[in-house]
Design a protein around this ligand. Sequence first.
Ligand code: GAP
Length: 541
Amino acid sequence: MTVENLMDKLVSHCKANGFMFQSSEIYGGLNGFWDYGPLGVELKRNIKDAWWKDMYQSHNELACPPSAPSTYDMVGLDCTIIMHPQVWKCSGHYDLFHDFMVDCRKTKKRYRFDQLRGRWVSQGPQRIFVTTMAEPEQEQEDIARRALKFFNLRSKDIERLTFEERVLTLDKLDEADRAKVLGPDTDEIGSLTDPREFNLMFKTYVGALSGEEGAAFLRPETAQGIFVNFKNVVDSTRIRVPFGVAQVGKSFRNEITPRNFTFRSREFEQMEIEFFCHPSQSANWYQYWRNRRLQWYKDLGLDSDRLRLREHEQDELSHYSCGTADIEYAFPFLPPGEYGELEGIAHRGDFDLRSHSEGKLDPKKRPLEVELDEQGSPKHRGSGKDLTYRDDLTNERFIPHVIEPSAGADRATLAFLCQAYTEIQSSESNGKFESRVVMRLHPRIAPYKAAVLPLVKKDGMPEIAAEIYGALKKKFNVFYDEKSAIGKRYWRQDKIGTPYCITVDSQTLVDRTVTIRERDSMEQWRIGIDQVVAEIEKRVC
Ligand code: GAP
């Protein structure tokens, strides 16, 4: 199966079975926005719940993973999406959170400068750079087709063209060469503008004020809500460093080229931890969180061979970061050997707390480096609040360093869906072979934990099945199905990822036992009805 085929199949499987729909589909959809259907909402909720339970709930000073450099505590927060505009000035997003983009003067379309790919093509002395928006598999074909059209040649004349080997992104060309670029949706060279900065934050207006006075932004990350509440958290909980604050919530980025299903969306959810520690310990905590987060994806079923941890090069680092490692996954829409970011673990140093406090701090009392503008005023007016921390045991006062494991709930959901999608050959009763889909989702995140199936719709089987269903339903999301042949019903559950099917059959009427069938191994075994809840609980929690 080609990469493209697999993604097309996954997208249509997700739609047909209620995992994911395009937002506002009946009006033609809105690029970069996705809705989660009845199954998708369960899947994503289970992923977020697993994260919340594993990263936040199961920790306190007494119960920490043995690999942690020391014990630590965790608390949660739920902050607003719209915050004081000054937050984004001090965080750096107002000035620095942008992509470079180019516009096509002909088509009015906009492209990311660092993502638009193409190749040099020559005919005789004329050399042009042909760009394409085709998926990697079709790239060469599209470039050849467009070059032929540009040089007014037919397919049989392809030998008259010379294609340079390397595929380059637009940002790798020098300025003079940019005049020779053929944009991806036009037939004229030189129609692309010079690159311009494009801030990715969505702007809105608060209250009745429509001018700049009321301007505000939808948050592009949940992290800043945690930083600006640092003092509130410390004062209200009396928590001690090292500790982490966890938050799950929506973030918004006006991405120039949203693509690859939900991978790059304009509205998405993040699961972020800001972990505050003593500067002398930050390198150890950075290592700890990188390993712990990578292991989490493996434990929930992502294949180790498709995961990797990649340290950022110096020139890739965000404005706040003094070290970042990405957890990357070999998403099937990428060419073989390429990986896409699933989560970033950043060592943010004291950038955020310092920046949110420093504006009005008296540099004599606290020798902080205040960046000044030409008039000598602090460049980014901070809150003026003292965001230092005092260790009550040692009496030391310091600005904690921050390690930030920042995951995307939608990207994680997409990775788990890609990993789970499996086609297997099944033998039909008439001897014909056909393939069917099994979604091999980890039981903890599967939308339904079990399905209860009476073998036939008579002899009291539906009544017993309803009794089991009722007992399970109090604890888990379970499915009841009494329609069609049992084999078909198993397949229906396989297709949506239900890990266990519980069948009530004629033997149930004799000894009150049922069959449990496991989705991936298709293994079956019998247990008593009164053990069903405990058995499922043991296997899915
Ligand atoms: N607070 C740090 C931060 O936001 P980031 O690397 O920009 O760092 C963290 O984002 C994670 O959020 C990414 O690893 C990804 O999983 C998710 N994410 C970021 N932009 C996204 C988008 N446009 N669509 C879906 N998920 C996105």
